[in-house]
Design a protein around this ligand. Structure first.
Ligand SMILES: NC(=O)c1ccc[n+]([C@@H]2O[C@H](COP(=O)([O-])OP(=O)(O)OC[C@H]3O[C@@H](n4cnc5c(N)ncnc54)[C@H](OP(=O)(O)O)[C@@H]3O)[C@@H](O)[C@H]2O)c1
Length: 243
């Protein structure tokens, strides 16, 4: 068990959704300090705990990422949670939306890993926790740009896992199905709340699981993919065609 108690944790996109829940769950785990980052600090909730320090950070702004890394050299656990989702398929979706999904979810997150790797190596044993998605295993065609960005991010996560394997930095991938956050606004699916999911994520990180699917819907999809990748593709095809 690699406990998160007394650890220094940095979380991106901490102002709402899963990120906000991860701050609360980290406090409950007994973290020593939490850098809760957001691209707009006026949107940050008051966590009511002195262990939380808020910092402005847009993960697509490289200079700002490096500036934050300079100020947070004690980080032992980096949680790359920030992300965006655009609707649209490959053939007709807006290319600018596809580019933005890649810019934030893939390039933004790899820039975070590049900026923090030296810090995490120095503070080893340490961790990177990337919030990816179940669509990393198979694309949901109505979210084609998002799916591609998360597949790319999952690939980068696995690369960095190997790159840092002998340096005391464990790299986890979190691949949720569907969680009840703003990202799924308007959906009629029955989805779990992010607070419970954040606790499950941190429990599984502490238990040393590397590839984590924290919700039931995600697990159903993951198990279908494990049985045969074509099974998850078929599930997503049925969703796409409304069957
Ligand atoms: N909800 C799900 O079903 C689900 C499933 C699988 C994976 N995920 C992943 O889980 C993560 C959290 O999503 P969520 O469901 O909590 O969504 P959310 O409620 O929409 O929150 C997204 C967070 O990311 C932040 N963000 C967006 N672009 C950013 C940037 N350039 N720099 C820094 N922060 C940025 C947002 O900040 P602003 O408030 O400033 O926009 C917000 O804090 C994402 O990576 C998402 O892809 C979610």
């Amino acid at each position: 068990m690699q406990t998160l108690k007394d650890k220094v944790i940095l979380i991106t996109g901490a102002n709402r959704g899963i990120g906000k829940s991860l701050v609360k769950a980290s406090l409950e785990k007994g973290a020593r300090k939490i850098y809760a980052t957001s691209r707009n600090l006026s949107k940050m909730p008051n966590f009511g705990d002195d262990r939380v320090e808020t910092l402005e950070l847009d993960i697509t702004d490289n200079a700002q990422t490096l500036k934050v890394a300079e100020k947070t050299k004690d980080v032992e656990v980096l949680i790359n949670n920030a992300g965006v989702l655009s609707q649209g398929n490959v053939l007709e979706g807006e290319i600018s939306a596809v580019e933005n999904d890649m810019k934030v979810n893939y390039y933004g997150t790899i820039n975070m890993m590049r900026a923090f790797a030296p810090i995490l190596e120095k503070n080893a044993p340490s961790k990177i926790v990337n919030i990816v998605s179940i669509v990393a295993y198979s694309p949901l065609p109505s979210l084609a740009g998002y799916s591609a960005s998360k597949t790319a991010l999952y690939s980068a996560t696995l690369s960095v896992r190997t790159e840092l394997a002998k340096k005391g930095v464990t790299v986890h991938a979190i691949n949720p199905g569907a969680i009840d956050t703003d990202m799924n606004k308007g959906s009629e699916w029955d989805m779990p709340a992010p607070d419970g999911i954040a606790k499950i994520i941190l429990d599984k990180v502490e238990a040393g699981e590397l590839d984590i699917v924290p919700d039931e819907m995600g697990l159903g999809m993951f198990n279908a993919w494990k049985e045969a990748p074509s099974k998850l593709a078929e599930m997503f095809s049925n969703m796409y065609h409304g069957e």
